[in-house]
Ligand binder design. Sequence first.
Ligand SMILES: Nc1ncnc2c1ncn2[C@@H]1O[C@H](COP(=O)(O)OP(=O)(O)OP(=O)(O)O)[C@@H](O)[C@H]1O
Ligand SMILES: O=C(O)c1ccc[n+]([C@@H]2O[C@H](COP(=O)([O-])O)[C@@H](O)[C@H]2O)c1
Length: 227
Amino acid sequence: MPVISERFDDLGSDGKPARLGIMGGTFDPIHTGHLACAEQAREAYDLDAVVFVPAGNPVFKKDRAVSSGADRLAMCRLAVLSNPAFDVSAVEIERGGDTFTVDTLRQMRAHYPDNVELRFITGADAVYNIVKWRESAAIADLARLIAVTRPGYVLSEERRALIAAHGRFVIDYLEVTALAISSSDLRARVREGKSIRYLTMQRVLDYIQKHGLYREKGAGGCVEGAR
Ligand SMILES: Nc1ncnc2c1ncn2[C@@H]1O[C@H](COP(=O)(O)OP(=O)(O)OP(=O)(O)O)[C@@H](O)[C@H]1O
Ligand SMILES: O=C(O)c1ccc[n+]([C@@H]2O[C@H](COP(=O)([O-])O)[C@@H](O)[C@H]2O)c1
């Protein structure tokens, strides 16, 4: 059984410096925006691997239904199949309870040797609120952040300064291809019977159809214990 990820549990075990990108999200469902920004972050910061980590119970999304962890995990796995530098980690879904990034980073830091640098990839909308995350100052000590641009979300110089002052955050701001794609929009399109072709990987689309996801209002499944 892998601890973190099937493909990359041994990263750094040869003693060579390595960089691991960690792409956290709800991924309900994973879409091309997520994949493109992970790929562009991998390229820009010379990451050896990027692991997608679907949140078990996303704390900032308690006001809505979230699909089961099993479905979101399965869709992420299908989405990364064609990229040898990508993998998926089930750690947050297996952990249960509310999902906090600090716990995941601690688990990863404990697993990987010191020659593996952790880089947490997140979008401008998520980074905007990072000062409100559980033990956010500790996050700053565990990982360097890659904040990718996202259409519709502006991180002003004032906000960046506020974030920097809050902890000892080291944040690399990366401009990525602007793709105004969101999981909310994909869910709404499926519910309305519209096409989501090309907005996510074909394998993910097939999974959504086969399992009848997002067809009903408030879609997905359970609010509580999203596993
Ligand atoms: N199109 C995009 N471009 C850049 N970053 C993105 C994009 N979509 C999502 N992200 C980032 O990916 C991470 C995970 O996003 P998440 O799974 O919440 O998807 P989402 O599309 O924002 O979902 P929802 O619409 O349900 O809120 C977040 O850090 C978010 O900022
Ligand atoms: O740790 C926290 O307090 C925390 C609060 C909000 C969001 N996050 C993480 O940020 C990532 C993006 O979250 P979301 O809700 O936009 O999908 C995902 O990995 C979440 O677990 C983490």
